[in-house]
Design a protein around this ligand. Structure first.
Ligand code: TEU
Ligand code: CA
Length: 545
């Protein structure tokens, strides 16, 4: 069984990572070119988002051929070169399997709409008339989750874009097709897989209207999801690989089942509840300052219950769908470095496998674009329209997109101070933000005090101290702006404290008998009479051994 508990995964969004042929689009050879940078950081696996044949309507999450490399990213030889060069550096590759849906340009869907019954049954097609969709479900990208095909007098389901048709996992032929895709890439020597929105694959038997007013929750963690996952893993022999499931709107009980090794489903899960604490009324497109108490309670519940019940979390703040962490939760100006290190530390000392999203390790920020024409993401462009249909002015809509767009994390990786921050010699597919030239990998790699060096140390400490990967975890009661938890292994204790605010904060805890293991200020915390005084965005870990 692969031990992933002291490992760290680095997520690469290849189209924005590094472009080696000047077409403005990152490519696989670009990843190979940067393997020494990744080795320097110390990461163990690379999760690479999809680079298979795709019309790129959803930046590759709309796949038209699961076994071929999209020419934009390079060739199969480029992939094999990347894989062998990564292996030489002790780095494993995890591929991103999008098995909830395919692109409507996939040959299976093309055969379906030509009337081939076998392939109609590969998708969720429902008989009906154009004036009456089967349910009121809403697509994650806005609008109806059903699309009508006149030639078939049927609707098909698309929980995401209209060009992303949901597969029918109840059909064993579909499950067999997907197993063969896993076997194909396993034979190529990959180390593991990320499964995209895998908890949506089991659709409700009876297609009734969403009673919660939020269709998304209605069709998550369906009745056969665990059965399907167990079958996929058993029939492809991937139980001993590193696998992670993206779980949209899920529950702790399900995540224990998804990730407890005895269940033989996945190694770990991504859940997102902690990344919705700034969603007013649970709506991504209604802004509010993030709720610190809610954040701490979610961490407490998820960490403690998963730990007690043998589950395993992927721990992370961001990915290619989320805003940049410092912009969202920290402080871009006065406390840019302190808050970047604070949020990194909070995650990396938790019980789970940490994921670092490209650019996070150098403190990259949101785009602050000033015009909708600078945006590229289908979700953002749809919601710019929807928000105005709902009565927002274009400025108000743009301000919301500025905060919530997935493009915040999709701008090019900032390598150095040359043109386009060294990402491309051509015209980048999405602009490099104005601030970019001030935050680059080149300016941080050899700076001991940089955010990059702090991440490097966090990764090192996870391997150095077993208590971080194996210790129990318990969260303490603390004032609203302070997060605090303990890790315990035998009589060893790590005490982790963080000040989530830009003001000084007192925390009643005595550091008697403890030494600081790591912190984001040069000097250790001020402490007296059983109180520690934490500076703005201060992070510190203390050990009693
Ligand atoms: O994301 C699932 C998902 O729900 C995302 O759309 C994300 O949580 C949401 O946009 C946050 O507001 C996965 C992929 O990570 C995403 O890039 C794809 O667009 C989506 O599935 C469809 O494949
Ligand atoms: Ca390129």
């Amino acid at each position: 069984m692969l031990d992933f508990k002291d490992k760290v995964v680095y997520q690469i969004y290849p189209r924005s990572f590094y472009d080696t042929n000047g077409d403005g689009f990152g490519d696989l050879r670009g990843i190979t070119a940067k393997l020494d940078y990744l080795k320097e950081l110390g990461v163990d696996f690379l999760w690479i988002t999809p680079f298979f044949i795709s019309p790129q309507r959803d930046n590759g999450y709309d796949i038209a051929d699961y076994r071929q490399i999209d020419p934009r990213f390079g060739t199969m030889e480029d992939f094999e070169e990347l894989s062998s060069e990564a292996k030489k550096r002790g780095i494993g590759i995890m591929l991103d399997m999008v098995f909830n849906h395919t692109s409507t340009e996939h040959q299976w869907f093309q055969k379906a709409i030509s009337g081939d019954e076998k392939y109609i049954n590969y998708y969720k097609f429902v008989d009906g008339t154009r004036d009456c969709p089967p349910t009121n479900w809403v697509s994650k990208f806005g609008g109806n989750a059903w699309e009508y095909v006149d030639s078939l007098n049927k609707w098909y389901l698309h929980l995401f874009d209209v060009t992303q048709a949901d597969l029918n996992w109840d059909n064993p032929e579909v499950r067999d097709e997907l197993k063969d895709i896993i076997r194909f890439w396993k034979a190529k020597g990959v180390s593991g897989f990320r499964f995209d929105v895998i908890n949506l694959i089991s659709k409700p038997e009876n297609l009734e209207n969403d009673y919660e007013g939020d269709g998304r929750r209605f069709y998550t963690d369906g009745s056969r999801v665990h059965e399907f996952l167990k079958e996929l893993v058993a029939d492809t022999g991937i139980a001993d690989m590193i696998t992670v499931g993206e779980m949209s709107s899920t529950t702790i009980d399900n995540c224990i089942k998804y990730s407890n090794p005895s269940e033989k489903e996945l190694s770990m899960v991504f859940s997102f509840h902690h990344l919705k604490v700034d969603y007013k009324n649970g709506n991504k497109w209604e802004l509010m300052p993030y709720d610190k108490s809610a954040l701490k309670k979610l961490f407490k519940d998820w960490q403690e219950q998963m730990s007690k019940n043998g589950g395993w979390n992927a721990v992370f703040w961001t990915n290619h769908d989320q805003p940049r962490t410092i912009s969202r939760f920290g402080n871009e100006e006065k406390y840019w470095k302190e808050s970047g290190k604070l949020f990194a530390g909070i995650i990396h000392f938790m019980r789970g496998t940490p994921y670092i999203y490209q650019g996070e390790e150098i403190g990259m920020l949101n785009t602050h674009f000033t015009d909708i024409s600078q945006y590229r993401d289908v979700e953002s462009l749809n919601y710019f329209k929807i928000l105005q249909e709902e009565g927002k002015s274009s400025d108000e809509a743009l301000a919301i997109i500025n905060e919530r767009s997935r493009d915040n994390c999709r701008t090019p990786m900032q390598w150095d101070s040359s043109a386009n921050d060294g990402f491309t010699t051509g015209t980048p597919w999405i602009e490099v933000p104005e601030y970019g030239k001030h935050i680059t990998a080149e300016s941080q790699i050899n700076d001991e005090t940089s955010i990059f060096s702090f991440y490097k140390k966090l990764i090192y400490l996870r391997k150095e101290y077993k208590i971080i990967s194996d210790g129990e975890i318990s969260f303490d009661e603390s004032p609203e702006e302070i997060i605090s938890y303990e890790r315990k292994l035998g009589d060893k204790v790590l005490k982790v404290v963080g000040n989530l605010s830009e003001n000084e904060a007192d925390y009643s805890w005595s550091d008697e008998g403890y030494d600081r293991l790591i912190g984001n200020y040069d000097s250790t915390v001020n402490s007296s009479n059983g109180q520690v005084k934490l500076r703005p965005y201060e992070f510190a870990v203390f050990k009693n051994f």
